[in-house]
Design a protein around this ligand. Sequence first.
Ligand SMILES: [Zn+2]
Length: 337
Amino acid sequence: MRSFLAAAGCIAVAFSPIAYAQNVEIDSEQALEDLRALTTDEMDGRRTGTQGAADARTYIAERFFMAGLVAFGETFEQPFTYTPRRSDAELSGVNMVGFAGRDGGDAPVLVVTAHYDHLGNCGGQICNGADDNASGVAAMLAIAEVLRDNPPEHLVVFAALDAEENGLNGARALVANMPVDPDRVVLNINLDMLAINAENELPAAGAFHFPFLREHIDAVEVVSPTHIIQGYDSPEWGPNGDWTYSSDHAAFHDAGIPWIYYGVDFHEHYHQPTDEFDVVQQDFFLSNAQTVLNAVVYFDENLATIADELAVQRAANSDIEIPHVAEDGRFIKPGME
Ligand SMILES: [Zn+2]
């Protein structure tokens, strides 16, 4: 089935007007080293507000710098405050944000996100969060490094986000204070959990809400090593299968910005102390890192098309209320609110 789909996809691409020059590769050794480094016990589970999270930022800042990313201000750090769920306390977090490419006036912008925070301590044991989400951060670093030597056509913003685990707070802070004109942001690629799946399958969610993305996600898969499953983004997938609000892309969703969420299905190590470097499926992770690199390169090359297709969808929807998923996970049809 896999080879049939790949062959069918190749034919589609051969006759497709979509431009795609794909020939870049991640540095596998470095990607695994980044994944390992972010999951050492010294990082103490990278819980927001802890020394472990600060140590993770020091590591990410160094790697951002090595990858040639540029800060929007004097530093990659973008501090913010937030109030967590079921609390009225005001807490602080720090996003790490940099960009690749030249700033071209009002040209469209791509934002790549991956949260670096995790749970810290889980009942006396360190939750190192290797899959969740050292894997996404390591893949993001691998992508940034490739773009250093292969500059993108558009501005590509890289954001390692804080305070995801307690309510997507870093993502909401980023979207509320976007470092570029928010109207220019036409796509978010969110990476959260890229390293563990028994079937070696990686879901890509988002096309239910932004149907024009479907053929583009397929076009990336055809030239990529990982088998992608599109879905997990509508009520059809059941109460735990609609991931529209399950990670940082939700902040973009609420702002009406298209997103693609690459992340694996739940597994036995999810939010457990056993989510460690040792249980990472290294080949699967590297395959996924290469796949999401391909996605970033592809969407950079086709970002003007995405902007046009988004404009068409927005124009078509301007008069009608569209179905959406509420924050509590309920699916709201027009008129049901
Ligand atoms: Zn996560």
